[in-house]
Design a protein. Structure first.
Length: 171
């Protein structure tokens, strides 16, 4: 994600906050990106389609005016390619406002529901925030897990431990 995406997301977040539409805008973002398939993307990113035609298409869609205006600004500034990055940044701003922490856990095999709940509870108690755990099964992980949250990476995989041991032994 780029600084440009971040700036647009912050501007949209502030406008949505002022209009008391934070959740509505987030839902509109989700719906719009879900419908942003190859055909739609080609239409909105095509230099052959005028900006006015793109905006006319947006006017036909059911979405909050704040989000529609945001999309029009992206079109005017030729920044629609930053839409996904802006969505991610907007989501992080919502999480911060809601005191929510997203934890990504990579494991070699699926975790049971009880184990996921225990991890959520442990992170909630430690960080005093609501926690959403996303488990990603990565077959390259032989054992252990890799945990990512708030820009931190905690890796306790078998491969990482073997690499650390190898590094110590070769010193």
């Amino acid at each position: 994600m780029s600084a440009i995406s971040e700036q647009y997301a912050v501007a949209l977040f502030e406008l949505a906050l002022d209009a008391d539409q934070l959740t509505d805008v987030q839902q509109a973002f989700d719906r719009f990106l879900k419908a942003f398939d190859e055909t739609t993307r080609a239409f909105f990113l095509s230099p052959a389609v005028t900006k006015n035609d793109k905006k006319a298409m947006l006017n036909q869609l059911d979405m909050p005016a704040t989000f529609r205006d945001f999309l029009k600004v992206l079109i005017d500034n030729n920044r629609l390619t930053h839409l996904e990055g802006a969505k991610q940044a907007y989501g992080r701003l919502m999480d911060k406002r809601d005191e929510t922490m997203r934890v990504s856990i990579r494991v070699g095999k699926p975790l049971g529901h009880d184990r996921i709940e225990a991890l959520e509870k442990a992170y909630q108690e430690k960080h005093k925030r609501r926690v959403i755990v996303d488990v990603i099964v990565d077959e390259s992980i032989v054992g252990g897990m890799r945990v990512e949250y708030d820009g931190m990476v905690l890796s306790d995989t078998v491969q990482d431990n073997l690499n650390k041991l190898k590094s110590r032994l070769t010193k």
